[in-house]
Design a binder for this molecule. Sequence first.
Ligand SMILES: [Zn+2]
Ligand SMILES: [Zn+2]
Ligand SMILES: [Zn+2]
Length: 343
Amino acid sequence: MRFRTPSSQWRRKCLCPNRLCGKKLLCYASLAVVVTAGLACQREYPLAMDGSARFDTWLLGRAQDGGVPHLGCVRECCRVARREGRVEYPCSLGVRDRLTGALLLIEATPAVESQVAMLHTLAEVDPRDRVPVDGVLLTHAHIGHYAGLMQFGKEVAATDELPIFCTPKMADFIRAHAPWSGLVTGGHVDLQEIVMGTDGAAVFEPVEGLRVEAIQVPHRDEYSDTVAFRLHGPAKTLLWVPDIDQWSRNEGMIERLLDGVDVAYVDGTFYDEQEVGRCADEIPHPFMRDTLTTLGDLAKAHPGRIQFIHLNHTNPALSDLKLVAEIGERGFDVPEQGRWVGL
Ligand SMILES: [Zn+2]
Ligand SMILES: [Zn+2]
Ligand SMILES: [Zn+2]
């Protein structure tokens, strides 16, 4: 099933929160044009009259794909974490629709079971048997972002046509490679493809009322392309961009991603080049130190708007509280696991 944009019709299966109906109802809605030129992103949904949120979001992890402790790392960062039993999950966001109780997951990480359990606890939902969530949104085909999908298959949760929202390239990758291909042939997932418009963006509604923009971003794209998500609730807009190449790679990209955003979870993989011990040119991620400069004025004007996620196990901001405080003084944030934002 494919989403087409702009201005095409789309359909999706009913996302009843507990699937009590058990039916595959088809819902229809029209898609809106994503963005017009440059920065002119328009909200499709008016702010709630009282400005209250309809959607809860929780940060279910803030680390890079390998988490902390990181397999194979014998440096202090992970030695100490192992000794103290400290665990940092790969970055993921949980979403709850207060109206229907529907739950969404952004990214399916190798720690998906723990993170869905965390989401259930935070959302105070009853056990959901084989419907742990009602949909999953994937950014790209690097293991920290999709490998957890295998847990939805026959050997584990054995979900029934769980909607997976991803680009056609990502969907092709899943169909072509075991063990993920078994999810499709076994009917455990329903790949719902987000087809980009000529402007490299698309809009879809994984649950009715939550308008999500997928925007293509430059990244190491060996297996699939990569997208960022902008989630528009009635109260706030949230940006999710855990993996991206340097902000300057595409002209106007950073402005487009951040336009109208209240909270931006952005790529903070490495603090600086000293941390990776390689030439800065070989590292595609924007260094946190550079982002602190590039977005310094914005952060100062809107403290807390820019929040760093996808932190590598070596990133000092994961454990150096003095550094985190300094980052905070500059208007940025390194959010803790479990951070809530209402949309
Ligand atoms: Zn990653
Ligand atoms: Zn380490
Ligand atoms: Zn990646």
